[in-house]
Design a protein around this ligand. Structure first.
Ligand code: GUN
Length: 292
């Protein structure tokens, strides 16, 4: 059994990006600049955005954190997006999700200039991804592909079962794993909350990508020997014995499933760190595209 070490791989990727940034600096060129917009003060979102900004510093990017109150109106947020679209100093930006209920997320994502949409959430970029065109691939699915590639996991002709159909992870992942090329060329089943008899499906899977958000959902009895497990779950489960008062828990019963798996991602330290590394990669690509 091999652990897919997202912490290590994400560090490798950040080091590779830092080398590219240093080259830009040596050539007197502008370095990539990522902006993140956070509306409200949700604890988990604050943590994620904080990590994104710190990672920018680590690789030598410029970064801006734009905080707006939870009472922000849709019009105010759209105005901010318009400013960022028109700001030549900004190469890419993200709107941290989820947004407060008074704001229509679809409308907001449509307002982002696709050439600065380093999250890959704009319908134009999502469509390009589905059509195998060059574009920004959403960071979490992009990170999973990168992990599979760096550990040389064979995906061709394999049965990949994706659990969860979110726009951010499950849906794009199902498309990417079915694309031609590697990692890809899988036969994909996309399962979700209305799927009947999910054990019958997971027990036939060669590769399982779980992005459900239900702690310890996937048990050893639900998988076959030598399965490849990608656990995208990051639920905060209350735990008084922990200094933070919670533990980050994945969708997979790691202790028991890992005994049957050929490859498995840990939580934390698997997919999570990869997401940030690939956001940085997309921002580097955005800068390169704006330069040329
Ligand atoms: N919320 C949860 N994941 C993400 C992500 O990848 N990007 C943004 N912008 N918000 C998120």
């Amino acid at each position: 059994m091999t652990i897919l070490d997202g912490k290590k791989v994400s560090n490798d990727i950040k080091n590779e990006i830092a080398v590219e940034v240093q080259k830009m600096k040596d050539n007197g060129e502008k370095v990539p600049h990522l902006a993140a917009v956070l509306v409200g003060d949700d604890g988990a979102s604050l943590t994620y955005v904080g990590s994104k900004v710190r990672s920018c510093e680590r690789v030598g990017f410029e970064s801006s954190l734009i905080r707006m109150p939870h009472t922000t109106s849709e019009v105010e947020l759209l105005k901010k997006i318009e400013q960022l679209n028109n700001d030549d100093a900004i190469d890419g930006f993200i709107i941290q999700l989820p947004l407060p209920p008074q704001i229509d997320t679809q409308k907001v994502l449509l307002a982002v200039d696709p050439s600065k949409d380093v999250d890959g959430f704009h319908p134009e970029n999502f469509g390009k991804m589905a059509l195998d065109m060059t574009t920004f691939i959403p960071a979490t699915p992009f990170g999973i592909l990168e992990l599979l590639e760096r550990y040389k996991v064979d995906t061709k002709g394999k049965h990949t079962v994706v659990i969860g159909r979110s726009h951010i992870v499950g849906r794009p992942m199902s498309i990417l794993m079915s694309r031609r090329g590697w990692p890809g060329n899988s036969t994909v089943t996309l399962t979700h909350s209305n799927t009947k008899n999910i054990t019958q499906i997971t027990s036939q899977a060669d590769i399982i990508i779980s992005a459900l958000g239900v702690p310890n959902f996937l048990k050893a009895e639900m998988v076959k020997d030598d399965v490849v497990i990608i656990d995208v779950g990051i639920t905060r489960v209350p735990d008084e014995s922990h200094p933070k008062g919670y533990v980050i828990t994945g969708d997979v019963d790691f202790e028991n499933v890992s005994k049957k798996a050929s490859f498995i991602t840990p939580v934390p330290g698997g997919v999570g760190p990869m997401t940030i590394a690939m956001l940085l990669k997309n921002t580097l690509l955005a800068r390169e595209q704006r330069r040329s």
